[in-house]
Design a protein around this ligand. Structure first.
Ligand SMILES: Nc1ncnc2c1ncn2[C@@H]1O[C@H](COP(=O)(O)OP(=O)(O)OP(=O)(O)O)[C@@H](O)[C@H]1O
Length: 590
């Protein structure tokens, strides 16, 4: 969830400055050109008032017989008005085009910044928020901010137009102008208050939009569970509740926003009535002529459009800044697990691993690992066994620095893993997890994750080693077949073999394995076992072992309980010891 700073003027100003400095300023040439066109546009607007004044002064000055003067007005009047109209329309097109180009490009940059940060965040940081909250920043928040940037651009145009029309009114009559300005200043206070309410409401609505995105994502991803457990009504109820909440928040925003335009309208009517009330006095005292009054009234009428625009601008800006704040709450996160400035490159070694008095807790008070000491010889296989929650996955996750130990240290080939670059450390290990994560790309690209620079031949060789070549070749487009989101078009065993092919291709000296427990048919299991044997050969392997075969083949079995190692030894030695492992083995393998 985003931090919630106060919706003060200062925070709006800070956000506006960041938006300009970090995202918009690089597009200043386009924005400067747009500003030039805005000046032309507002000039054309004010000139219309003067054009009307000129026509009326001509009409009231000329008598019925003054044919040349009247025909001059009937020829030049329309030409002037059409000319001004064309300048007005042309500059409006240029303004909209230039602004859209700049704001859309700035949003693309902001999305890139967010995505870079998303990939740079610590594993733990990406787990803190539901995925929907992240997705929502790229979808809902971007849409809201895009709307705001459009409106800010038209707001600048409105401001210039407002200024131009005010200057015209001031030119015609200062006293009448003062009346108008006092009325609009009073309205400004209301509008500011409404904007404040909207920013708070908008932040809440955007956070909630993230919850809705998560819910929909869960329902689609978990379609199998939803159907087999027949929890469709439950899911519908959850969705109904979320949409009801969305309705409530959006209504609150819409109702608040709805107050804006009527207030501006009332202000406009009040300004016009007060001006009409005062004009007789001004004309009778000779301060203003009738034709000047028509010019003044034209400017006042033209003022209502930019005034409405400016009046609603604050509301839209506050909504947009609510979204921008949420985006910044991602961009501003600082990853904690990083490469030290004096880190060295970990060169490919034999793959010895040492855990020295390693402690770790997830920050929720409890400790997941309590003083792990473990030495793993190069090329050996260590099987981690123990009850659920014993700390096996946690131990494996510490090695590629997905999490950092709270105490103790971990060495790879004699190097403290905090003293080497993250990139070189992670290049020394391959991870094959239980849930083989596949992406919506071709089989070829999915395997190539192991080593992006690998050529097609290397990739096919890795697939052959992983017993994956036969089924991939049989896909409609072979290696170029898209695998569907999450590998939806493949069986569990096939997904596992793609994941193994990735590890073969990476050819790292250290292998981290969370063995699949998913029920595989005998043939798949045999194929995966054979592939695993090839993969683990001559590599240091840490495996969370579920299979009897793996446990028996391991060089050392490490039995964990409550974040501690309680026994180590070979299968035979541990059976002979008749301790915790022997008991577990008796239960499992009987
Ligand atoms: N992301 C997390 N946040 C907080 N606590 C966690 C997190 N992941 C695991 N834990 C806790 O840390 C402890 C060790 O969990 P871990 O996943 O390492 O156990 P495990 O032995 O791998 O279990 P399993 O065999 O069920 O996967 C457990 O008490 C677990 O509840």
């Amino acid at each position: 969830m985003s931090a919630q700073p106060p919706t003060s003027f200062a925070s709006t100003w800070l956000l506006a400055r960041r938006l300009w400095r970090e995202h918009l300023s690089r597009y200043w040439p386009r924005l400067a050109m747009s500003l030039g066109f805005m000046a032309i546009y507002s000039g054309a607007n004010a000139a219309i008032a003067f054009g009307v004044e000129w026509i009326f002064s001509g009409l009231s000055g000329a008598s019925g017989e003054d044919v040349p003067a009247l025909s001059q007005i009937s020829i030049f009047g329309p030409v002037v008005i059409i000319g001004l109209g064309l300048i007005y329309a042309g500059s409006l097109y240029a303004i909209n085009r230039l602004n859209a180009g700049a704001s859309l490009s700035a949003l693309r940059d902001l999305q890139n910044d967010m995505f870079s940060k998303l990939t740079a965040l610590d594993f733990a940081q990406t787990r803190k928020e539901a995925s929907g909250q992240f997705i929502s920043r790229f979808t809902n928040d971007v849409t809201v901010l895009r709307e705001t940037l459009n409106r800010v651009a038209s707001g600048v145009r409105d401001l210039l137009t407002f200024g131009g029309l005010c200057a015209a009114m001031l030119w015609f009559d200062a006293v009448l102008f003062l009346i108008v300005i006092i009325v609009y200043a009073g309205v400004g206070l209301f509008v500011g208050y409404i904007g404040k309410m909207l920013r708070t409401a908008s932040r809440r609505a955007q956070d909630q939009a993230g919850d809705v995105t998560s819910l929909i994502g869960e329902t689609v991803a978990g379609a199998r569970m939803v159907k087999t457990y027949q929890i469709e009504p439950l899911e519908r109820a959850r969705a109904n509740a979320a949409f009801d909440e969305r309705l409530r928040l959006m209504k609150k925003m819409a109702y608040t926003r709805a107050m804006n335009e009527p207030i501006i309208f009332v202000a406009g009517s009040m300004a016009i009535s007060l001006v009409i009330a005062a004009v007789a006095m001004r004309i009778s005292s000779g301060a203003i002529e009738f034709s000047e009054f028509t010019g003044f009234m034209t400017a006042l009428m033209l003022l209502s459009a930019p005034a409405r625009g400016l009046g609603t601008l604050n509301a839209v800006v506050q909504e947009g800044f609510g979204a921008f704040e949420r985006m910044l709450s991602l961009v501003d996160q600082v990853p904690e697990i990083t490469t030290k400035s004096n880190a060295t490159e970990l060169t490919r070694g034999v793959g010895t691993v040492q855990f020295e008095n390693v402690h770790f807790g997830y920050g929720d008070g409890g400790s997941a690992l309590n003083g792990i000491d473990l030495e793993i010889a190069a090329g050996s296989m260590v099987a981690l066994v123990g009850a659920s929650g014993a700390g096996k996955s946690t131990l494996i996750n510490l090695l590629p620095r997905l999490y950092e130990p709270t105490d103790g240290r971990i060495l790879v080939d004699g190097n403290d893993i905090r003293d080497v670059t993250l990139r070189s450390l992670r290049s020394q290990m391959a991870l094959v997890a239980q849930d083989a994560v596949l992406f919506n790309m071709s089989a070829l690209e999915n395997i190539a994750f192991g080593r992006p620079e690998a050529d097609r031949g290397d990739i096919i060789r890795a697939a052959i080693d992983a017993s994956a070549n036969d089924f991939i070749a049989a896909l409609p487009n072979g290696y170029d077949t898209p695998l569907g989101e999450g590998g939806a078009n493949l069986s569990g065993g096939q997904r596992q073999r793609i994941a193994l092919a990735r590890a073969f291709l990476k050819n790292a000296p250290i292998l981290l394995l969370d063995e699949a427990t998913s029920a595989l048919d005998a043939e798949s299991e045999a194929q995966i076992n054979a592939a695993l044997k090839r993969l683990t050969k001559d590599r240091t392997t840490l495996v969370i072992a579920h299979r009897l075969a793996t446990v028996k083949d391991a060089d050392i079995i490490v039995v964990m309980d409550g974040g501690r190692i309680i026994e180590t030894g070979t299968h035979d030695a541990l059976i002979e010891k008749n301790g915790a492992y022997a008991k577990q083995a008796a239960l499992q393998f009987s």
